[in-house]
Write a protein that binds this ligand. Structure first.
Ligand SMILES: Cc1cc2nc3c(=O)[nH]c(=O)nc-3n(C[C@H](O)[C@H](O)[C@H](O)COP(=O)(O)OP(=O)(O)OC[C@H]3O[C@@H](n4cnc5c(N)ncnc54)[C@H](O)[C@@H]3O)c2cc1C
Length: 487
């Protein structure tokens, strides 16, 4: 079977769906190919024990640009709720509010750590840039050694699987927004007019209601979203791109997620074995995966660079707790080495919804890992759940059920040297005729959902009547480079 479209979008996460919606509204014929059996990628929600849950803690941050927020308000109406943040972080065996607040830190941190932080603040001007090339060097110089060692060093090891000395300084610049005690203090004294750190937006039916609404809007505008359909080969030719597809990995796959149980039922036809012709292709799949699909592919040097870019994986453990809400908090951040878990969230506390039952709740444990390692391969996580709670000073759970999802591509790892590999691969990707790569996986970027959506909009805005506006896209890419992740 053969089909053709003005635009084929690979991947139905927020970046691909935002692009599909905007392009379809402009009157283009759009086909979206999604390998999983549902839309949304990492931003999707699904049900565990009758409760909507996300792929780890997800909030729509107030940093969302006003035009995107207005579009989402238009799609979701009152279901998009404005909520107070209520998370906390464990440091030096106690909990403090997160995002960090200096006044509270001053009251709650043990005197020895506080003295270290104060000393580092005073000596900050003397430290200079330090070994700013690495994550450790950058944060030791800006935050000071005391806070770095107590918080950021152990957290980095768990999140990215590497000591801070082996992580590029870009990681610190893109991820750690309040990067000095003075900046934290200034933030509190002045406040932030956008409400960042104090409030967030969240849909009544889970974060995934955002991507579901985007998919519905794209479909209503004429886009054809094909679930369970993976792209297997891309052949750029004169004036058109030919794509070959095959069935995706099957039920429960999200962002390539492998599910153990509690998965949605497949709900759409696939285009297994289809050949499509596209005027333009937008790819939001991992950039190294794109390099493997395009024929002719890159030369050996670029192929090697692609092989060196690594993504961190994650096991998401959903623990069903019987007996009502577990705590009043939305998330507990656990940077310490006493558990492999980096965060526990309680999805029902992110929203006000009459759909959430009163007699039980679900907790989501995020465990970063590498595909194939001990954590990835583990079968029973109830011990990890119980141990983590006991070691982290948290209330025990009345465990009714445990559901596990494994997601292979979660965090791009900015190992030292990554920038050179990425630059080589990205330069090659820029030469594929009529193909553009963007999105979290497509640009190997740490980003938020609103960044991913903005990329989709900007990609469509670079399409002109006659083709592709390369200078508009280069300007957009410069804007993307300024994105800073909000936690
Ligand atoms: C633990 C965690 C917490 C987060 N918390 C927040 C938060 O609080 N707020 C926030 O704004 N953001 C958060 N994010 C980030 C957010 O999830 C991402 O920014 C967003 O989902 C990226 O969208 P995307 O479309 O670029 O990629 P993705 O969501 O990864 O979507 C890519 C899609 O491509 C599909 N695909 C892959 N390969 C193929 C193929 N060969 N053929 C067809 N389809 C394919 C995948 O199945 C997937 O659906 C968090 C991320 C993580 C991991």
């Amino acid at each position: 079977m053969g089909m053709s479209a003005d635009l084929v979008v690979m991947g139905a996460g927020p970046s691909g769906l935002a692009a599909a919606w905007r392009a379809a509204r402009r009157g283009l014929s759009v086909t979206v190919l999604e390998r999983a059996d549902h839309v949304g990628g990492l931003s999707a929600s699904f049900e565990v024990s009758g409760i909507r849950v996300d792929h780890g803690s997800h909030r729509l941050h107030p940093a969302t640009p006003p035009h995107l927020l207005a579009d989402l308000r238009g799609l979701l109406g009152d279901d998009l709720q404005r909520r107070p943040r209520n998370g906390r972080l464990r440091i030096a065996d106690r909990y403090v509010g997160f995002p960090l607040k200096p006044a509270e830190l001053a009251k709650r941190l043990p005197p020895a750590l506080l003295a270290g932080v104060a000393r580092d603040a005073v000596t900050a001007p003397l430290r200079g840039a330090g070994r700013a090339g690495t994550y450790a060097g950058t944060l030791r110089a800006s935050l000071g050694p005391a806070l770095y060692e107590a918080l950021y060093a152990p957290y980095a090891l768990k999140l990215w699987g590497l000591p801070g000395e082996e992580i590029d300084g870009d990681q610190a610049r893109k991820r750690v927004t309040a990067d000095s005690p003075w900046k934290i203090a200034r933030r509190i004294l002045r406040g932030r007019s956008d409400g960042q750190g104090k409030i967030f937006y969240y849909p009544r039916r889970g974060f995934g209601q955002i991507v579901d609404a985007l998919a519905d809007a794209a479909t209503a505008a004429g886009a054809d979203i094909r679930l369970g359909t993976a792209c297997t080969r891309i052949e750029p030719a004169a004036g058109a791109v030919v794509l070959h597809t095959s069935p995706g990995p099957g039920p429960g796959s999200g962002s390539g997620a492998r599910a153990v149980s509690g998965d949605p039922v497949p709900n759409a036809g696939s285009t297994a074995g289809t050949r499509l012709t596209a005027g333009r292709v937008f790819s939001t799949i991992p950039m190294p995966a794109l390099a493997r699909l395009v024929e002719p592919g890159p030369g050996p040097e670029v192929a090697e660079a692609a092989g060196r870019l690594r993504f961190r994986a994650m096991v998401l453990v959903y623990a069903v707790h019987e007996g009502g809400r577990w705590t009043p908090f939305d998330a507990h951040y656990l940077p310490g080495p006493e558990t492999p878990v980096t965060r526990i969230s309680e999805p029902a506390n992110y929203r006000v919804s009459a759909d959430d039952p009163g007699d039980r709740t679900v907790l989501c444990f995020e465990i970063p890992c590498a595909v194939g390692d001990e954590i990835w391969a583990a079968g029973d996580f109830s011990g990890v759940v119980r141990d983590t709670l006991a070691r982290s000073g948290l209330p025990p759970v009345n465990l009714a059920e445990v559901v596990v999802r494994r997601v292979p591509h979660v965090y791009p790892v900015y190992e030292t040297g990554y920038a050179e590999h990425l630059a080589g691969l990205d330069a090659w990707a820029g030469t594929i005729p009529d193909v553009t790569t963007f999105g979290r996986l497509g640009l190997f970027a740490h980003d938020n959902t609103h960044h991913a959506m903005a990329m989709g909009y900007d990609a469509v805005d670079s399409l002109t009547e006659t083709g592709w506006d390369g200078s508009a896209w280069r300007a957009a890419r410069r804007r993307f480079a300024e994105h800073v992740v909000e936690d």
